[in-house]
Design a binder for this molecule. Structure first.
Ligand code: HEC
Ligand code: HEC
Length: 223
């Protein structure tokens, strides 16, 4: 290579990568603002309550905090707000096995906290934290899943219930529910849990009759 060629390679090579560098910088700056929604006064109030009760002493949020209790950044996508509000104000009243203490959170603070957690749920984290292994794994092993089983998966039941060791612990384990409950009880309870279990924290299953029937069929196979 001649001196001239080397010089040109140096100059044009540097220019080329400098332009790419500028392009990527502008691209990043353009995206940064859109990664999180606007911070309103309620979001701010929720964040203050978050600090007041030292939630981070037990929980992680966007990965920061303590590992005693679950990550909360995406919790409002997983569980209904009505349930979460009840839980925040008195965990043991909705889930007797809960180890989160009753912190004395007021109704207004609970609303603000949920607005704050709604805000964190909208932060684009590139898919982090990874989704937990849900009941999609249940009944695998080559067997076709039934319609009811697919509904169970798509309706997020496993966020609260466990079947054969997979799922959440907010509600009772359903692995054997087919031997303890009958069709009428199950279908009625789906439509209106509180009519069967006073103060139940389970949300009503808002679905057409056909879906309720298929879910019930699936429950009855769990023995
Ligand atoms: C002393 C530890 C502790 C503190 C402090 C604490 N939590 Fe929890 N929290 C837990 C534990 C443990 C769980 C898991 C469920 C259970 O066993 O109670 C939990 C569960 C939750 C859940 C999920 C409930 C569910 O069913 O998935 C939410 C929401 C929550 N906490 C919010 C908060 C907020 C908001 C604060 C602060 C105001 C807070 N927690 C403070 C220990 C704590
Ligand atoms: C937010 C949490 C939550 C979600 C989501 C949820 N459940 Fe529940 N579930 C509960 C709680 C808490 C109970 C205990 C109180 C009660 O029986 O109503 C319960 C009770 C039940 C029971 C009665 C168990 C028994 O024998 O006492 C069945 C069956 C059930 N759930 C099925 C489902 C199905 C199917 C779905 C999805 C369509 C679902 N649940 C979604 C929290 C939840």
């Amino acid at each position: 290579m001649t001196n001239k060629a080397a010089r040109n390679l140096f100059i044009f090579g540097s220019l080329f990568f400098f332009v790419i560098f500028l392009g990527l910088t502008f691209d990043t700056m353009g995206k940064l603002d859109k990664r999180a929604p606007e911070i309103t006064e309620k979001v701010n109030a929720g964040k203050m309550a978050w600090h007041k009760y030292d939630c981070i002493g037990c929980h992680t949020i966007l990965g920061n905090g303590s590992y005693f209790a679950p990550e909360l950044a995406k919790i409002t996508e997983k569980k209904p707000k009505g349930y979460l509000k009840q839980f925040l104000m008195d965990p043991k009243a909705v889930n007797p096995g809960a180890s989160m203490p009753k912190l004395g959170i007021t109704s207004e603070e609970a609303d603000n906290l949920l607005t704050f957690l709604d805000w964190t749920a909208q932060v684009d984290t590139n898919g982090w934290p990874p989704k937990p292994i849900l009941a999609s794994a249940v009944g695998a092993g080559g067997k076709e899943s039934s319609a009811g089983q697919r509904l169970y998966q798509s309706m997020g039941c496993s966020g609260c219930h466990m079947i054969n060791g997979i799922g959440g612990t907010t509600g009772p384990d359903l692995s054997r529910v087919g031997s303890t409950r009958d069709r009428a009880w199950l279908a009625g309870h789906f439509r209106d849990p509180q009519a069967y279990v006073p103060k139940s924290a389970m949300p009503k299953v808002e679905a057409p009759d056909a879906d309720i029937e298929q879910l019930t069929d699936y429950m009855l196979t769990l023995k």
